[in-house]
Design a protein around this ligand. Structure first.
Ligand SMILES: [Zn+2]
Ligand SMILES: [Zn+2]
Length: 393
């Protein structure tokens, strides 16, 4: 706001009341206009928002007898539009930005700039707190971050997947057009006079603002609360969004999807979406970081004599592994590149653990062969080393 703007700003005209209007007339005019132009009742109407701000600003000044008196005096002093420097050379118009003088931290220092116009800071100091507050309200606001969760199958987590994600968010209640009032005619909050914000720590020409607690920052109070939204003016709505989960996610991993959160306000950035991923277990494969694991049964003879065994892979053809003669039970071998997808697109390995399977039943031929094997190995005691070790130490 420039100096010229301020002095030329006719708050009486904004509220449509005469200069000698009574307090009650001003209050009445303000309530009517605030209700008509409240942003909650005029969604996406920038002009109404602008009008509402002007109306609030005008009421903040004219609705307060002390501020109104200051305003009247200031206008009488500097005229209607001709803001002349009383002591300045040539008496030219000021070109300061009042925001610099009163709205920010420079207030005290910049006050000296008035020179001959001593005391002006006092006159305006009180008036512009409101202006600073209004400025904060119009700044872009980043949308909120949203957290959601999704459960993927084991394979989806390895390969990556596009999944539908249902998300709920707050929208204006359709039953009451977001006013919170059954009849669509909420009362302007008397505490914050409809701004939804209250100032605190006023002093030195600037102030901080907090959301108003009486109306929860809405600026309106519903006398006949809407039954659908219980007077909040907000309704939960849910939407479904397709979300791409990258390949290689693990159980309980949190993924950040930039800009997929709640939409920003007044040109602000969108928030982010965080998705916590749960991964189902697989009946055959397990996972260890980038590697997949699988346990493969082998016969005693395969382990003892060696051989080639076929091993299943996740989502691909089986691979053949060479089993060396004398492979002990529980040995783990590696099938390279058959594991989980890494960030760079390469894959980890498949870790294959062999488990020697003991036949549950034997036919005569197999039994005879094993009896022969027993005789051939009768001199070997498989527990000899165990007993030796048990005796020592
Ligand atoms: Zn309030
Ligand atoms: Zn409602």
């Amino acid at each position: 706001m420039s100096t010229k703007d301020f002095v030329e700003k006719d708050y009486y005209k904004v509220l449509g009341v005469p200069k000698d209007a009574t307090e009650a007339e001003i209050k009445k005019a303000y309530r009517k206009l605030a209700r008509e132009n409240h942003p909650d009742a005029n969604k996406n109407d920038a002009k109404a928002e602008e009008r509402f701000k002007e109306i609030s600003e005008a009421n903040d000044i004219l609705g307060d007898p002390k501020k109104r008196k200051e305003y009247d005096e200031a206008r009488a002093l500097f005229g209607n539009g001709g803001f002349r420097s009383p002591g300045g050379p040539g008496g030219g118009s000021f070109n300061f930005d009042l925001g610099d003088l009163f709205g920010g931290t420079q207030g005290a220092g910049a006050g000296g700039g008035f020179g001959g116009g001593g005391g002006i800071g006092d006159v305006f100091g009180g008036l512009f707190n409101r202006g600073a507050g209004a400025g904060t309200r119009t700044q872009p606001r980043r949308g909120q971050d949203i957290e959601s969760e999704v459960t993927l199958s084991f394979t989806e987590a390895i390969e990556g997947a596009t999944v539908p994600l249902r998300m709920s968010s707050q929208q204006p209640c359709t039953a009451c057009s977001g006013t919170g009032d059954k009849n669509g005619t909420p009362r302007v909050c008397p505490t914050c006079v409809g701004t939804g914000q209250v100032s605190r720590g006023s002093g030195g020409g600037f102030s901080l603002t907090d959301p108003c607690v009486d109306c929860k920052g809405r600026g309106l109070i519903a006398e006949n609360p809407c039954e659908v939204c219980k007077g909040s003016g907000r309704a939960k709505s849910s939407r479904t969004m397709q979300v791409r989960i990258p390949a290689g996610v693990s159980d309980n991993q949190k993924i950040r999807l930039r800009g997929k959160g709640a939409p920003g306000e007044r040109g602000g950035q969108n928030g982010d979406l965080y998705v916590v991923v749960h991964v189902d277990t697989h009946p055959v494969f397990g996972r260890k970081d980038d590697n997949l694991t699988v346990t493969v049964p082998v016969s005693f003879t395969e382990a003892a004599l060696g051989g080639e065994i076929k091993v299943p892979t996740l989502g691909g053809p089986a691979v053949t592994l060479k089993l060396p003669a004398g492979t002990p039970n529980g040995r783990t071998m590696r099938a390279r590149g058959k594991g989980a997808v890494r960030k760079d697109g390469t894959r980890g390995d498949l870790l294959v653990t062999v488990e020697v399977a003991v036949p549950k039943e034997l036919d005569d031929k197999a039994r005879d062969a094993l009896e022969t094997y027993r005789e051939a190995t009768a001199s070997e005691d498989p527990r000899a080393e165990l007993f030796q070790a048990a005796k020592g130490a």
